[in-house]
Design a protein around this ligand. Structure first.
Ligand code: IPE
Ligand code: IPE
Ligand code: MG
Length: 236
């Protein structure tokens, strides 16, 4: 479908980057940037619901973010637990279905929080929220291949559609719009398989400053894109 036919992206993927720099600008420890980032995410979720976006996938913690200091990693884990207890019921009331994508082989407390969030919101249909946590695009492709092998899929049966059935985002269409905040122009191992034909928008806004205005600017950019998916426009 051409972008102009899609007034609002069905699926938006966001690399929420720039929390540390936001804090640094304010002479605050990085943690405060992450904390402000959680509040920004809740506002963006509300804005997506108002705009009828169906799926939102956000990069919260990458497979590579373990390289950060122990202090930052443990502060992030604590913040995630606090965010779940603070905002989960609000998201549930808003009709958000939460799914966590990524390697769950992590701290039991976090796994329990994710399981509870998914169970509570399993019946919601307003917005499908995928939180990518301990996630990497390469991890996803590898785990899909491994699970396909475990399920007895034979080499001759492996197609793009078959492998997609085993990917972490098998329940969602590919993202129409990929947004990265924080000014960096790279993917950083997010959704490598699914962004094959996404439209990319890079925003200089640091994630805690990203709000409905910037979301609308990104959607406006998306609407102006000419999506061809490898084909040729009839008018060309
Ligand atoms: C993104 O913000 C959040 C996570 C990676 C958890 P950063 O922490 O990467 O912020 P910057 O890029 O250092 O400003
Ligand atoms: C990507 O941001 C990961 C998340 C936003 C969770 P990073 O800050 O980790 O990416 P790099 O290191 O700048 O590529
Ligand atoms: Mg960063």
């Amino acid at each position: 479908m051409a972008a102009e036919e899609l007034a609002v992206p069905r699926h938006i993927a966001i690399v929420m980057d720039g929390n540390g720099r936001w804090a640094k600008k304010r002479f605050l420890p990085r943690f405060f940037g992450h904390k402000a980032g959680v509040d920004a995410l809740v506002k963006v979720i509300e804005a997506c619901i108002e705009r009828d976006v169906q799926h939102l996938t956000v990069f919260a913690f990458s497979s590579e973010n373990w390289k950060r200091s122990d202090d930052e990693v443990s502060a992030l884990m604590g913040l995630i637990l606090a965010a779940v207890s603070r905002y989960l019921h609000k998201l549930h009331r808003l009709g958000v279905r939460v799914r966590v994508i990524g390697d769950r082989d992590i701290a039991p407390k976090l796994k329990k929080a994710w399981d509870e969030a998914e169970a509570l919101t399993a019946g919601n249909t307003k917005l499908q929220l995928n939180v990518a946590f301990n996630y990497g695009g390469r991890w996803d492709i590898v785990q899909a291949a491994r699970r396909a092998a475990e399920a007895g899929v034979q080499a001759a049966e492996i197609t793009e559609a078959k492998l997609s059935e085993f990917m972490a985002l098998r329940h969602a269409p590919d993202p129409d719009l990929f947004i990265r905040t924080g000014g960096e122009v790279r993917i950083s191992n997010f959704m490598l398989w699914q962004v094959a034909y996404s439209e990319f928008v890079f925003s200089d806004a640091l994630w805690p400053d990203f709000c409905a205005t910037q979301l609308d600017a990104a959607i406006a950019c998306f609407r102006n894109r000419d999506r061809r998916f490898g084909g040729v426009k009839e008018s060309a």
